[in-house]
Design a protein around this ligand. Sequence first.
Ligand SMILES: *[C@@H]1O[C@H](CO)[C@@H](O)[C@H](O)[C@H]1NC(C)=O
Ligand SMILES: *[C@@H]1O[C@H](CO)[C@@H](O)[C@H](O)[C@H]1NC(C)=O
Ligand SMILES: *[C@@H]1O[C@H](CO)[C@@H](O)[C@H](O)[C@H]1NC(C)=O
Length: 377
Amino acid sequence: MAHRLLSSANRFSARFAFFFTVSLSCTYLCYSILFCRGTVMTNQAYEGKRCPPSKNAGGKKLLGRLDHCASLGVRAAAQESAAAQRGASELREQTRAPLPSAGHSADARMRNMSFAQKYGNKKLPNALIVGVKKGGTRAVLEFIRIHPDVRALGTEPHFFDRNYDRGLDWYRALMPRTLDSQITLEKTPSYFVTREAPRRIAGMSHETKLIVVVRNPVTRAISDYTQTLSKKPDIPTFEELAFKNRSLGVVDTSWNAIRIGMYILHLENWLQYFRPSQMHFVSGERLITDPAGEMGRVQDFLGLKRIITDKHFYFNRTKGFPCLKKPESSSQPRCLGKSKGRTHVQIEQEVIEQLQEFYRPFNVKFYETVGQDFKWD
Ligand SMILES: *[C@@H]1O[C@H](CO)[C@@H](O)[C@H](O)[C@H]1NC(C)=O
Ligand SMILES: *[C@@H]1O[C@H](CO)[C@@H](O)[C@H](O)[C@H]1NC(C)=O
Ligand SMILES: *[C@@H]1O[C@H](CO)[C@@H](O)[C@H](O)[C@H]1NC(C)=O
């Protein structure tokens, strides 16, 4: 009896050991298969490129902002693919709820999108957001990149101003992978006021589509100053910088914060290289009051189906800015970044009026040239 009990116990433990081994091997096998499929691509991408020598100061600054070692291309690609994955899951949620009929095709596009991340090609951009600083360029980029047919670089490459010496191959390597049907986009707001930028961009392609986000130049200047002040609290007051002689109302046009807002002067430089139909002007003001309307026109301009609509936005009254809707599961809404929409420094009404007066003739000429009244006066 005791003997039989013992042997059945033995049989049991032998069987147990057998099953245990088999299931362990199965788990290991499955895990290996999954692991290989999921990560080998990414690893190859990482192994391929390492810390290229930085060639110039502008590039160093750009690299320094990102990381001390990893190559900009690799970092950007990694950020991009992470961002695209976030974007993909967001869009899936968004298109599911408000656009039930488009659900199927959106799903198909999503598959195409992740396909693009792995197997698409890096292309030079078809479209650029070229300006202006403090106009709302980040918002336009964040809004347009939820479109499945747009892939955008999240960082500012500053290629046509600071990094031009690095060459087009360097520039192309920064871009996200895209399918032939997708638009590649980047934004660098300083291009608009860079003398050489239009010629250089036309040199890349005469067909490049250009987006300029403009805003009342006085508000823009104050916003620009506010940003500088937050980094360098010791700079002179806005009034001191804005005027050569305040009592005479002589504005200092050599101050960047003032000069950037003289849009017509910069625009004339662009129009020597590009047809007006290749440039699209977004109103920074309307982008806040009617983001869907402005984004509708941007999509038309880029030849895209209008997929981004008012269903994608909600207005945050506390912040005073529109935000992108997020799926329930994620914690933070995607409004403009933390630093965006900061309270401007208080500027005397009289100074504001003097500057409005200064800008008026430039604005009028700008409206005429662009064929749009931005109602800044
Ligand atoms: C996905 O890509 C294939 C081929 O690249 C294309 O034929 C198809 O139309 C795309 N689908 C969508 C929904 O974009
Ligand atoms: C501004 O102009 C007035 C009148 O010409 C002159 O008296 C004053 O010294 C000037 N101020 C500065 C800072 O140049
Ligand atoms: C609105 O913005 C405020 C201030 O930035 C933030 O605390 C709040 O969570 C936002 N609300 C929503 C619904 O996004």
